[in-house]
Design a protein around this ligand. Structure first.
Ligand code: FAD
Length: 393
């Protein structure tokens, strides 16, 4: 049986998931040692869009988890921790072809079935509600009660409130196993061993090597663009736009992921600053050093086709990040098979900004021997067992 509340926990990784876990554990009085191979939010969390959204989630556990995730953002915004860094807004899913309309129709039914507030806008209503949208839009579904947050701001809030100082540039190299192999006693790092009552691995793509699960995780690059401020156009957008093709790129209707060039699927997010964040690609590799002109020009062309006013807005910069995907499309959250006091929380692909805080809370509850607020059954690492392909620590 997992023990009750530990007095010390080591966390590997200070992205949004590790930072959230650190916050919720520190609030309980647990001593937290948070290690990062680089600096906080230096990987996916610092290179994400930031949709706190259920709109594109697949029906089932991901949709349910996203609803819990959004509810926690709202609560933490009300409590003040996320004051001014959670923007509440709708998402407008826009279909421009018959194939996209079919997917969107099925998807909006699935959302409504999960209790999400949605509305299908008739053409005139759409023009009134979203005047800057192209007349090419054939079908528009408004998903209410969504939001947006910048990942690195959320990490900063968590760490500051928790009073946790990250051990920067300090990678965790392996778990230290007890002699009987049933539990961990801490971690080995380049600067020496660190003892703890429990260990949480929230190291994004770095979790693969740390846990011997290289075959279960897929690095998935995404390219994003950010524009200059364009306040009038920004104010005329009552929410984010998500193209019907984005649903296909994420396989949101349980359909096999569509083979789109570079996995392109369009999202246009009007930021609080007056800028637009526009993305993106889904490419199955982990090289985030470059943006390529083909992807950037395709994203821009698609964006201008849906919001023609963007043609007059300058592009400020492009960047890329790497999502951590799991081969079966669901995150890995829970206790490591065969170890009673070691946990993993990774594999959130394009959903970890939304799911990071609620996952950090759920992991902290699990580590302390409580039943988590959010059901983690579908995300249990034990579903991979221990095999030749998945070695686990
Ligand atoms: C282009 C793009 C767009 C996205 N858009 C959205 C979106 O709109 N909405 C959404 O919800 N999500 C989105 N995501 C996904 C989201 O960013 C990730 O799911 C989330 O940030 C994952 O957080 P994490 O803490 O698990 O991992 P990461 O942020 O990758 O953090 C892992 C940390 O672990 C550290 N680390 C690695 N190895 C070790 C080690 N051995 N020891 C110690 N530290 C280690 C790393 O340096 C890093 O800081 C997007 C991602 C990308 C790339």
């Amino acid at each position: 049986m997992p023990f009750a509340q530990p007095s010390s926990v080591v966390i590997a990784g200070s992205g949004i998931v590790g930072a959230a876990a650190a916050y919720f554990l520190a609030r309980r009085g647990v001593r937290v040692d948070l290690f990062d191979a680089d600096v906080p939010a230096s990987q996916a969390t610092g290179a994400a869009d930031g949709a706190v959204s259920v709109a594109s989630k697949r029906p089932g556990p991901m949709m349910e988890a996203a609803l819990c995730g959004i509810a926690l953002y709202r609560q933490l915004a009300r409590d003040g921790l996320f004051a001014d860094c959670f923007k509440s807004r709708s998402t407008f899913i826009v279909a421009t072809s018959k194939a996209e309309c079919d997917v969107l129709e099925a998807h909006s039914k699935a959302l409504a079935g999960a209790g999400v507030r949605t509305a299908t806008l008739a053409p005139q209503a759409a023009r009134n509600r979203f005047p800057v949208l192209s007349p090419d839009a054939l079908m528009i579904v408004e998903v209410h009660d969504e939001g947006h947050a910048i990942g690195y701001q959320i990490v900063h809030r968590f760490l500051t409130a928790a009073g946790v100082v990250v051990h920067r540039g300090h990678a965790v190299e392996s778990l230290l196993l007890a002699s009987d192999g049933s539990r961990v006693e801490g971690v080995a790092t380049a600067k020496g061993d660190v003892r703890a009552d429990a260990v949480v691995v929230a190291a994004g793509t770095g979790s693969a090597r740390l846990l011997g699960i290289e075959h279960a995780l897929i690095p998935r690059k995404g390219q994003l663009l950010i524009t200059e401020r364009a306040r009038a156009l920004n104010a005329a957008m009552p929410g984010a736009i998500m193209s019907g093709r984005y649903l296909l790129s994420k396989g949101s209707q349980n359909a096999p992921q569509a083979k789109l060039p570079k996995g392109l699927g369009l999202v246009i997010d009007p930021l609080q600053t007056g800028q637009f964040l526009i993305g993106g690609t889904r490419e199955d590799h982990g090289d985030r050093r470059n943006n390529d002109i083909d992807a950037v020009s395709r994203i821009l062309r698609d964006a201008v086709a849906l919001v023609p006013g963007l043609a007059d807005v300058r592009l400020l910069r492009s960047f890329a990040g790497v999502r951590t995907a799991v081969i079966d499309g669901l995150p890995l959250v829970g206790r490591l098979p065969h170890l009673i006091n070691a946990y993993v929380a990774t594999g959130f692909e394009g959903d970890g900004i939304c799911l990071g805080p609620i996952t950090g809370k759920a992991i902290s509850q699990m580590v302390c021997g409580e039943t988590p607020d959010m059901s983690l059954a579908a995300f249990d690492p034990a579903r991979f067992g221990k095999s030749e392909t998945v070695a686990w620590a």
